[in-house]
Design a protein. Structure first.
Length: 497
């Protein structure tokens, strides 16, 4: 018997097409691509839903609808006018009444002399959009899901952040904003200047409680930047920014004049002295603070025009006027020596000027160092309008009016928390401020976390000397407050009650 050879030829020839790859037609490719795209979109939709559900972010619009419907109109004769002037990136030390030697602000200084100044007043965030969310909702911005600057996404931002809803396109619809509540109360509401809480529907000013809007949806260092009158573009880019303060002043004065016979709420959100810096010919080169100082001095003039209009119309005693800034200064501007700047959790990023004037109600020349935060303005404005705080959600703000009227120096609340983005970074209780380990302003090691730190703001307002080793008991207590706040936010991120 003959053995089988390793090289013997098989009995039948192999299938010639067995190892050939199948051809993909154009139709098959398109069908496969569409199926894959649909699958990705479905997965993204499911992912977004899961993020919302398990992150506690599911919107609750009926809750806010019920709240707004419950607000009754007030007696127009009893309702005061309210003006909130909100500067952009202005430092604590940029006003004459707060110590500036380089910048002249006679109208704001007069406002302080005729009203009240708070010398321990804080923004609710060290950057634009979250701070504005805190002001208009009365809540820590983290509850509103506005963690950072809101702007149209770039080509790399359409992934997880926007498809899965990790970053909102604007202030959530189920937040009850101050203008929405005052509108139901019977106020005519207007926004002049910078919105920065959404660039598309349903996050536009006229969809969120403002009867009138004139200004920009975004920061003026964003492109394209247009000026809107309500929902229509009135001026397309390029804008003459040198004349912007005068243009906004005209609109603010017109809004006051047109509504002199009805209660009004004016939110005058000045876009300066945020960069790029601009000033008109009347003010350029006039200050000792460079173009930054020129911009601030023109803003001061603008405030003076508002007070002149109120006096001419006989509205002085019927109008509460508040001035503050959204956060500390950025590249230029004075923190009055405080550590840190914009987008930092130190005092220089949060600590801002505050002045309130209400002739016949707020005593002239009052000054207080009781700590307060800009979401307290929400509660103060509702109190001025004779309204209680909403009971269906956590409101972190408390009514400032008793303090502004000179009703003592007791703390408004304890403690105050400081967020940088989503992260709870610091807490203040009394004179003590404690920071978790975080990236700091260290020039030598800017990307490496430092801390924790403990500072006594009474003896060390510039946060220069860490006392964590000498006061471990205080560190332990304040660290426990931060942990407790984190746990509460994790259990109820939106603060629904």
């Amino acid at each position: 018997m003959r053995g089988k050879s390793l090289t013997s030829i098989p009995d039948r020839a192999p299938d010639e097409n067995k190892n050939q790859k199948p051809r993909i037609t154009r139709r098959d490719f398109l069908k496969t691509s569409l199926a894959a795209g649909g699958g990705l979109l479905a997965a993204a939709g499911l992912g977004r839903h899961l993020v919302n559900v398990f992150g506690g972010k599911e919107y609750d619009q009926p809750r806010t609808d019920t709240l707004l419907k419950s607000i009754a109109a007030g007696d127009p004769q009893e309702l005061p006018n309210i003006i909130v002037i909100f500067a952009d990136d202005m430092g604590l030390g940029d006003l004459g009444s707060f110590g500036s030697q380089a910048i002249r602000t006679p109208f704001l200084d007069q406002m302080a002399a005729e009203g009240a100044s708070l010398t321990s007043f804080y923004a609710s965030a060290p950057v634009c959009s979250p701070s504005r969310a805190g002001l208009l909702t009365g809540r820590y911005p983290v509850r509103t899901l506005v963690f950072d600057v809101i702007q149209p996404p770039g080509p790399l931002d359409w992934g997880f952040q926007y498809i899965l809803g990790a970053v909102p396109h604007g202030i959530p619809e189920d937040e009850a904003l101050l203008p929405e509540i005052l509108q139901r109360r019977g106020y005519r509401t207007g926004l002049v200047g910078k919105w920065h809480l959404g660039w598309e529907s349903p996050h536009l000013p006229n969809e969120n409680g403002f009867d009138f809007f004139y200004g920009g949806l975004l920061s003026h260092d964003t492109h394209p930047y247009h000026i809107y009158r309500n929902t229509d573009i009135e001026m397309k880019e390029p804008i003459d920014f040198d004349r912007l303060t005068k243009t906004l002043t005209r609109e603010a004065v017109n809004f006051i004049s047109e509504n002199k016979d009805t209660p009004f709420f004016l939110y005058y959100a000045q876009p300066f002295p945020h960069v790029p810096l601009h000033a008109s010919e009347d003010f350029r080169g006039q200050s000792e603070g460079g173009l930054y100082g020129d911009s601030v001095e023109e803003l001061d003039w603008s405030v003076g025009e508002i007070f002149k209009t109120l006096k001419q119309l006989g509205l002085d005693e019927k109008t509460l006027v508040i001035f503050t800034s959204d956060n500390g200064p950025w590249w230029e501007g004075s923190t009055d020596g405080l550590r840190g700047r914009k987008n930092m959790p130190f005092e220089g990023g949060f600590h801002v000027p505050f002045i309130a004037r209400w002739t016949g109600v707020i005593p002239a020349g009052l000054a207080s160092d009781v700590p307060a935060m800009n979401f307290d303005l929400f509660a103060a404005c509702l109190s001025a309008a004779g309204l209680p705080l909403p009971a269906d959600r956590v409101i972190d703000g408390v009514d400032l009016l008793p303090l502004l009227k000179g009703a003592g120096a007791d703390p408004l609340r304890e403690p105050l928390y400081y967020y940088k983005g989503r992260n709870l970074t610091a807490v203040r209780s009394g004179d003590w401020k404690y920071y978790r380990r975080h990236t700091t302003d260290s020039g030598a090691y800017p990307f490496f976390p430092q801390g924790p730190f403990l500072f006594n703001l009474q003896t060390d307002p510039y946060e220069s000397y860490d006392l964590s080793e000498t006061h471990p008991d205080i560190v332990q207590g304040l660290a426990a407050l931060l942990d407790r706040q984190d746990l509460q936010n994790e259990a109820n991120p939106r603060g629904w009650l």
